[in-house]
Design a protein around this ligand. Structure first.
Ligand code: CU
Length: 304
């Protein structure tokens, strides 16, 4: 979708299109009538002697027209009623039936002056092979082993891993390799696979619950994502109002000190999108941005 429009599949796109259509219809009628009136009744076009002598503040009863008055009351009322129902449905769909923490992939977002920090409440794996890689790289992790297979039997690769405070390196020969080591699944695990020329062919990061980073958040594709947000003080910088705004899904919610607010949506395309602050929060408000990356999951794999 374009730069200024949310993704096609969000409920707000239909809402926007319908409102835009009727705004144009009403706008065209109003401006056409205005233009006609301006030209038709400009000075010199009307015979002043034939003008009715209307008295300011007194309704000219003899010109009463019940049918006309009903028409300009009923027609706009129907249109406005229709737009109200339409907005209510979209609002209900996006704000009325929030998922429970069990149903959704929950991320905690902490706003400070002027930064977004994110913490996962369940693990997420972010994995990517370099473009055009001719063999698949499969990584299996348990708390006692990292095992990697790289399809073809001819391939020799080196693997670097880090899992604070431990780290290490091992080789993959003939497409298979593993290391037996204690992995702390409460910490971030990073694995980088390089080929014989030293080029990175595959990167893997597993964020454990409680881990995270600032300015970048990963969410799985096809799942309901729920952000739980609050505003905090850092050093001398007060906890102030912010607003978490995701233009791609047209969702926005205030972030308030001493209060937990939330926002949810379901991404259906992988990719990296903007996070911005939409509530003026001080000098560097405009720079309070972050990136949200939708990573493939078992229910939604690729780009649309
Ligand atoms: Cu702000």
């Amino acid at each position: 979708m374009g730069v200024f429009m949310p993704a096609e599949y969000t409920t707000f796109v239909e809402l926007y299109d319908t409102f835009m259509f009727w705004s144009i219809v009403v706008g065209a009628i109003v401006f056409a009538w205005m233009l006609y009136a301006v030209l038709r009744f400009r000075p010199g076009m009307v015979d002043e002697s034939k003008l009715e002598k209307l008295e300011p503040g007194v309704f000219p009863k003899e010109r009463d027209d019940f049918k006309l008055e009903m028409a300009w009351f009923v027609i706009p009322a129907i249109l406005i009623g229709y737009l109200c129902i339409l907005s209510w449905n979209s609002l209900y769909e996006d704000w009325g039936n929030s998922p429970s923490d069990e149903e959704a992939f929950v991320v905690e977002a902490i706003a400070t002056q002027w930064n977004w920090e994110f913490k996962y409440t369940e693990p997420i794996i972010v994995e990517e092979s370099s473009d055009g890689l001719l063999y698949p790289v499969n990584i299996g992790v348990s708390d006692g082993r990292i095992a990697i297979s790289a399809g073809s039997a001819q391939i020799n690769l080196t693997v670097k891993w880090s899992n604070e405070p431990a780290s290490g390196e091992f080789n993959i020969t003939d497409g298979e390799g593993h290391v037996d080591t204690i992995i702390d699944l409460q910490e971030i695990l990073e694995i980088t696979v390089k080929d014989e020329e030293g080029n990175v062919v595959h990167e893997y990061t597993r964020y454990a619950a409680g881990t995270g980073e600032s300015s970048q958040v990963y969410v799985p594709c096809g799942k309901q994502i729920k952000f739980k947000m609050t505003s905090e003080r850092v050093g001398d910088a007060d906890a102030v109002l912010h607003a978490f705004f995701l233009p791609e899904w047209a969702v926005k919610e205030d972030v308030v000190p001493n209060l937990e607010t939330m926002l949810y949506f379901t991404p259906q395309e992988t990719g990296t999108y903007d996070v911005v602050c939409a509530e003026y929060c001080g000098m560097k408000h405009a720079y309070m941005t972050a990136k949200i990356t939708v990573v493939p999951s078992n229910i939604c794999r690729g780009d649309a």
